[in-house]
Design a protein around this ligand. Structure first.
Ligand SMILES: [Zn+2]
Length: 198
């Protein structure tokens, strides 16, 4: 009997949290694993894992390609003729590394143990000393995104997940709980913060 009541209370609580997530959530930046793209401007040599140092295009072709690229709404330099040597697009690496990130809405609780939510938080070895814990509650649809993320930026502060994302509850009542930590040593880039709040 006690279990049944507590389960109902729990479900009610989770439903309430989901409503709060919708209403009071903040925007959190989630970084996905970076993607390697073979340089569009030069030839990549897989044996040396670098650029062959030769442009794929003639000077005119490169200009046309870049114009098409910009016409499609891009601002980056992707096609630029060079005679020999270091490719100006990939700096001789032969590939471009793109950082992918996305914004999601989450309910943010800094230092949850100090606010009485501590029972559910287990401190991993990496997050134990000299770090601050942050708990995020969000929609379960973001499970894979967080699972494959490399970095989370909360209120302009870089965080790393201390354990895999946790689904709490079932069905429509389910919420996704993310536990992350940040080291106190990390300095906050003031430009970053300005960007985050615009
Ligand atoms: Zn290149």
């Amino acid at each position: 009997m006690r279990n049944r009541i507590s389960k109902r209370v729990k479900e009610k609580h989770q439903k309430a949290i989901r409503n709060v997530v919708k209403g009071l959530s903040r925007r959190v930046e989630v970084y996905k694993q970076s993607q390697k793209l073979i340089c569009p401007n030069c030839n990549y040599d897989k044996f040396t894992d670098s650029s062959t140092g030769k442009c794929k295009y003639t000077p005119v072709q490169a200009i046309v390609k870049q114009q098409e690229w910009e016409a499609a709404g891009n601002v980056t330099v992707r096609y630029k003729y060079f005679l020999k040597g270091r490719c100006p697009v990939c700096n001789g690496r032969g590939y471009l590394e793109t950082t992918r990130k996305t914004w999601i809405d989450a309910l943010v609780t800094w230092d949850p143990s100090a606010r009485g939510y501590g029972n559910s938080i287990t401190y991993g070895p990496a997050g134990a000393e000299g770090s601050t814990i942050v708990a995020l509650k969000t929609n379960p649809k973001h499970f894979d995104l967080f699972k494959n993320s490399t970095k989370i930026v909360v209120d302009g502060i870089d965080c790393k997940m201390s354990k895999p994302p946790l689904l709490r509850g079932l069905g429509a009542q389910a919420i996704l709980v993310i536990t992350a930590f940040t080291t106190l040593k990390q300095s906050i880039d003031s430009n970053e913060i300005i960007k985050d709040y615009t």
